[in-house]
Design a protein around this ligand. Sequence first.
Ligand code: GAR
Length: 198
Amino acid sequence: MKRLPIGILGSGKGSNCRAILERIRSGDLAAEARVVISDVLDAPILEIAREFSVANAYLPPGQFRTRLEPQAEEEVVRMLRDAGVHLVVLAGFMRVLHAPMLRAFPQRIINIHPSLLPKYPGLEAWKQALTAGETVTGCTVHYIDEKVDHGQIIARREVAILPHDTAESLHARIQIAEHELYPVAIGGFCEKYAASSA
Ligand code: GAR
């Protein structure tokens, strides 16, 4: 069975990365994690990559706060290509990607976001939903484009907001949903890849 070569980009604690690597290890996901890249030197996601014996790298992001410097973005493209990555998986990667990545991996970069997009893009989406008085929120897997948390939706999962929810309790439940939804969504790509001649 052909395994889909993926590259994972993240900036933080890496719980989605862990969920994906666990599904690969258990054989539930016909993918192969070729590399994990982070723009944060001491991000736990890099430690998780090492725990699963996946190649990993810190990428200095440059001077901007919300995007990579163009040379840094070209460097990510190079690293992903060198690793033979077919699908780029953003797992808590907190920078907006631009032309170099979008041109290099058209319709092959996906993201997970903790809201039912198109509602509540941006930071701490679960807090936005709670503050707005929603009774339901959730998470979304989508293709990326140049806008923040925007692009064609692949899959969504609803999470109920309970009367006594705090930001923390709600985010924790959304993350449980994320850890189920993301591997399932990636599984769809694995099936198409296995059936293709790529
Ligand atoms: C996840 O909740 C993900 O949806 C969110 O960052 C968290 C990363 O957690 N991403 C965004 O908000 C993207 N706009 P993790 O590092 O434990 O996977």
